[in-house]
Design a protein around this ligand. Structure first.
Ligand code: ADP
Ligand code: ASP
Ligand code: MG
Length: 407
């Protein structure tokens, strides 16, 4: 049972989580809880670090951020104990979550979890800090923002649990972020592949790594509300009984910037030189477009993570020098919107419908990319919400019973 930041934001919230754990324990389940830092604590810690330096070391950043989860596990264990039920908390390092040594985005390599099994055998509720682990040589690491979901799924796999329940501040996975699209509908069941595309294109309700881990280890996820008992969304292997909508969800992502390199000589090997420079600096490129102009030069545009803007600019500066391009610009006010659906594979008209719906809403498309079950467009950030709502309506996802607050 994993509880996110909003679910443990105050002592009152923590008490309610304790009650949920105890109810399951008393029903006869062996319960392992994974918790995030309280409320916005992780963001506050990031802020604190940036008040001291613009470029904090990644090792010290992980040392700092893991304290957030250490606070919430101890408080939750106390809350359970105060109700007269035995509980024990552990950090990621204590439960043997072994990770790679890439601070700030470490990958889980193995989980020992012997102490978890031992405590469960003793009848305790076990509470584990999300988002953290340790390297084989004892360094403390974090798994990347939203990483507590991954801890929960990895522990569920390591303990051969029946289910990984992810409790959050919405009632499950919706056809679009319900904060942006009031008419979004809760999805009852979704396959791993669709969920993976939704998570990787911006649906932050489940972290992408957690869905990947669930798919790789066959862990069933139940994503649900921490405030009510209603059933949420089941994430599992797609099977023949599951409905194959053309489009299951609409997502958006504002975490990328768009670079354009102007008047690049139109010769073989030029793109290779540009993207080699970016790769040398470890920049993950998402979308790419190349336009050939009439005078024999081309423009190359691509998107890169906002968080790596400084390094990407450095790489582009070097590339422009080598290839002899005229200029380059970066646009930070962009957003990527995507439609995701397993049924899209057999529907040739999907892209035409997407572009027409955007055109009808007066929205210009900058870049386009596709996967077999996803179509993404980059648009101006101030048109993002309109774009998401237009696509949600176009593909028949609106909940007709929902109150439309936008009118
Ligand atoms: P937690 O702190 O519990 O991990 P998160 O903030 O990480 O919670 O994730 C929950 C949030 O994800 C919701 O409040 C919602 O705004 C957002 N979200 C984005 N896309 C979706 C979606 N498709 N379905 C449900 N929630 C979504
Ligand atoms: N506290 C971490 C974060 O805010 C991890 C998590 O909540 O999943 O990203
Ligand atoms: Mg989260």
């Amino acid at each position: 049972m994993k509880f996110g930041g909003t679910s443990v934001a105050t002592p009152g919230h923590i008490r309610r989580v304790a009650d949920r754990l105890i109810a399951r324990h008393e029903a006869g389940d062996r319960v392992v809880a994974v918790v995030s830092a309280m409320g916005k604590v992780t963001d506050d810690l990031v802020d604190l670090a940036h008040q001291l330096t613009a470029h904090p070391s990644v090792r010290e950043m992980d040392m700092l951020l893991t304290t957030g989860e250490q606070v919430s596990i101890a408080l939750l264990a106390m809350a359970v104990q105060a109700r007269g039920v035995d509980a024990i908390s552990f950090t990621g390092a204590q439960v043997g979550i072994m990770t790679s040594s890439t601070f700030s985005k470490a990958q889980i390599l193995a989980i020992d979890a012997a102490c978890v099994r031992e405590a469960l055998d003793e009848g305790k509720i076990v509470i584990v800090a999300g988002f953290q682990g340790r390297t084989p040589d004892g360094q403390i690491t974090t798994l990347g923002r939203g990483g507590s979901d991954t801890t929960a799924v990895a522990l569920a796999a390591g303990l051969s649990a029946d289910l990984a329940e992810i409790y959050t501040d919405v009632a499950g996975v919706y056809t679009a972020d319900p904060r942006i699209v009031p008419k979004a509908r809760k999805i009852d069941v979704i396959g791993y592949e669709e969920m993976l595309e939704m998570a990787s294109s911006g649906a932050g309700v489940l972290s992408m790594r957690s869905v990947e881990a669930a798919r790789n280890h066959g862990v069933i996820i139940h994503c649900r509300s921490s405030f009510t008992d209603e059933p949420g969304t089941i994430v599992k292997e797609q099977d023949a009984d599951m409905e194959q909508a053309i489009v299951s969800g609409v997502t958006f992502d504002t975490s990328e910037v768009k670079f354009t390199i102007r008047a690049v000589p139109d010769q073989a090997g030029v793109a290779a030189q540009v993207f080699s420079k970016l790769a040398d600096h470890d920049i993950n490129i998402d979308m790419i477009i190349q336009n050939i102009s009439e005078d024999g030069a081309t423009d190359i545009s691509f998107t890169a993570p906002t968080g790596e803007l400084d390094v990407a600019e450095q790489a582009v500066r070097e590339a422009v020098e080598v290839i002899g391009a005229r200029t380059w610009v970066v646009d930070e006010d962009v957003a990527k919107i995507s439609i995701v659906g397993a049924g899209m594979k057999t529907q040739p008209r999907v892209s035409a419908r997407m572009f027409s719906a955007l055109a009808a809403a007066g929205i210009n498309i900058d870049l386009i990319s596709t996967s077999p079950i996803r179509l993404s467009c980059v648009v101006a950030q101030d048109q993002m919400e309109d774009a998401v709502r237009a696509l949600h309506t176009e593909f028949g996802l609106d909940d007709s019973s929902a109150v439309d607050e936008s009118n």
